[in-house]
Design a protein around this ligand. Structure first.
Ligand SMILES: NC(=O)c1ccc[n+]([C@@H]2O[C@H](COP(=O)([O-])OP(=O)(O)OC[C@H]3O[C@@H](n4cnc5c(N)ncnc54)[C@H](O)[C@@H]3O)[C@@H](O)[C@H]2O)c1
Length: 337
């Protein structure tokens, strides 16, 4: 773990490397404000740990890591942003290849191009025009859909999506792709976003827009596609969805929430599985040199992993979270594909 105040930017940067057992740690760079630097450090540690599980479950030769840039107001002008990226690149370089970064909340492929250049290649998801795999949202959405199809099959005993009532929390880059695709497949999709300006696009795609708290509404499937930490103990006790599966990282405020959901008969697919499409795409395209056609089945395999986790949880009477951790540990010690 490195926590520094950037000598150029003055901004606090934390980089956590949780594991390099399977290979270099991989995980995005988050730029957002935190109440205090300790909150940012707590966040980076949780996120890095989740990345280790995500990489193991995805069968990647990587461990988990994460970077957070604790920008006071999360608005960096171009000049300041460059100074921050130079400071981050310096930290990444000092880790001697143990950590590879990528985009996350607040950072983008253009930032990765700069870090890639400054670190001699230690960043994923540069723009396609620069030889990278670009924005990961499409691949992440494909992975969520693969996870959702498998989970629907497991929970409702049918792979048919048409007619399901689905709530999508957050109509951003990934949420929009997932919501629109589900609507196109005949689901009754309700979505909502703090950003009301997205409403017209959603309604044009045939979705129902809701300003209500979707966690309290009745759905067959709930897709958390906004920020992490929406599922607290209290919300888990009142949630009325049959199945929860979505891309938001670190959806649970605490591990115990997984037990509460389980006891209430709500199937929760761990986000470390459902959100892995983007990272699988980046590694397959940029590191393994696979084509899009060769990469797609690797993303679709998220569905097989979901089935394995949910079946394992049912057979052993544990939560999907416990089953996912167990499977991640087994895959980490096996030789990854
Ligand atoms: N983009 C990827 O490839 C990727 C990969 C893995 C995980 N994720 C995770 O998936 C989630 C969505 O990612 P994204 O790239 O679509 O982000 P995004 O910023 O494009 O979209 C998130 C949307 O959620 C909205 N939002 C925030 N808080 C909300 C709330 N409380 N209620 C309703 N809406 C709210 C925002 O206004 C925004 O429109 C994030 O948690 C992200 O960390 C994304």
């Amino acid at each position: 773990m490195r926590v520094v105040r950037g000598r150029r930017s003055g901004v606090v940067i934390a980089v956590a490397v949780h594991s390099t057992q399977a290979g270099p740690a991989i995980g995005g760079c988050r730029i957002k404000p935190y109440p205090g630097w300790r909150d940012g450090v707590d966040d980076v540690v949780r996120l890095a740990r989740a990345m280790t599980e995500k990489a193991a479950l995805a069968g990647l030769r990587h461990g988990g890591g994460k970077a957070v840039i604790m920008d006071a107001d999360a608005v960096l002008d171009e000049r300041h942003r460059l100074l921050v990226l130079e400071d981050l690149a310096e930290v990444i370089t000092s880790l001697d290849g143990a950590y590879l970064t990528g985009p996350d909340i607040g950072s983008a492929p253009a930032d990765m191009e700069i870090i890639h250049r400054l670190t001699g290649g230690l960043a994923f998801c540069r723009p396609e025009s620069s030889g990278g795999s670009g924005n990961s949202s499409i691949a992440t959405a494909h992975g969520v859909l693969a996870a959702l199809e498998a989970a629907v099959d497991h929970v409702f005993g049918t792979g048919a999506l048409a007619g399901l009532r689905v709530g999508v929390i957050g109509y951003g880059s990934v949420g929009r792709l997932v919501a629109d695709e589900l609507a196109a497949r005949g689901c009754a999709v309700t979505t909502g976003d703090l950003d009301e300006s997205r409403r017209a696009t959603a309604e044009a795609a045939g979705l129902t827009w809701s300003a209500e708290d979707l966690l309290g509404e009745e759905f067959d499937v709930l897709v958390p596609a906004a920020v992490g930490g929406l599922l607290s103990e209290e919300r888990a006790r009142t949630c009325r969805a049959g199945l929860i599966v979505g891309p938001a990282n670190n959806q649970l405020t605490h591990d115990d929430v997984a037990s509460t959901l389980h006891e209430r008969g709500i199937t929760w697919v761990p986000d470390v599985v459902a959100s892995a499409g983007g990272i699988i795409h980046a590694v397959c395209r940029e590191e393994l040199g696979l084509t899009e056609e060769e990469t797609t089945p690797r993303i679709r395999a998220i569905g097989t992993t979901v089935t394995e986790i949910l079946t394992g949880a049912r057979d052993s009477g544990t939560t999907p979270q416990a089953a996912a951790r167990d499977l991640a540990a087994r895959r980490r010690t096996a030789v990854p594909a």
